[in-house]
Design a protein around this ligand. Structure first.
Ligand code: DQA
Length: 140
């Protein structure tokens, strides 16, 4: 099984960005643990701060991979383009968020990803990614 994790803007700063919300662990360190937890999954990881690059990556893997775990970060709440890209591809997408976006500001309650995602996992810290991968394994 081939799964790509895609992280959107500012998630390259995990570990030092608002640690009370997002924790102290860098994604690079967490990704190494994920690879150990899922030895039978071909896991890869991509991050960009640029909306069009995220769309290009979704298109690139969207007809060959088994799953995409997508944390579009702030673009979740604004990007019709990312929503359209998910609609255009065949690979199922699980939306993830580190924080519980519904417990935060009103503008974070809107998602252009949720209506077109296979499912949504949010609010479990970095463990949200772990659970998203598990969800693909449980439903393949
Ligand atoms: C986030 C939540 C978004 O509202 C925010 O813009 C992020 C991170 C999360 O993982 O909790 O950058 O996607």
């Amino acid at each position: 099984m081939k799964i790509l994790i895609i992280n959107g803007p500012n998630l390259n700063l995990l570990g030092k960005r608002e640690p009370t919300i997002y924790g102290n662990t860098t994604f690079v360190d967490y990704f190494a643990k994920l690879q150990l937890n899922f030895k039978n999954v071909e896991l890869s990881y991509y991050q960009s701060n640029i909306e069009g690059e995220l769309i290009s990556k979704i298109q690139e893997v969207g007809f060959s991979y088994d799953g995409i775990v997508l944390n579009a970060a702030a673009y979740t709440h604004t990007s019709i383009g990312i929503g359209d890209a998910i609609k255009a591809i065949e690979t199922p997408v699980v939306e993830v968020h580190i924080s519980n976006t519904f417990g935060r500001e009103e503008f974070r309650h809107q998602s252009y990803i949720s209506p077109v995602a296979k499912g949504i996992i949010l609010g479990f810290g970095l463990q949200s990614y772990d659970l998203a991968i598990q969800s693909f394994l449980a439903t393949k």
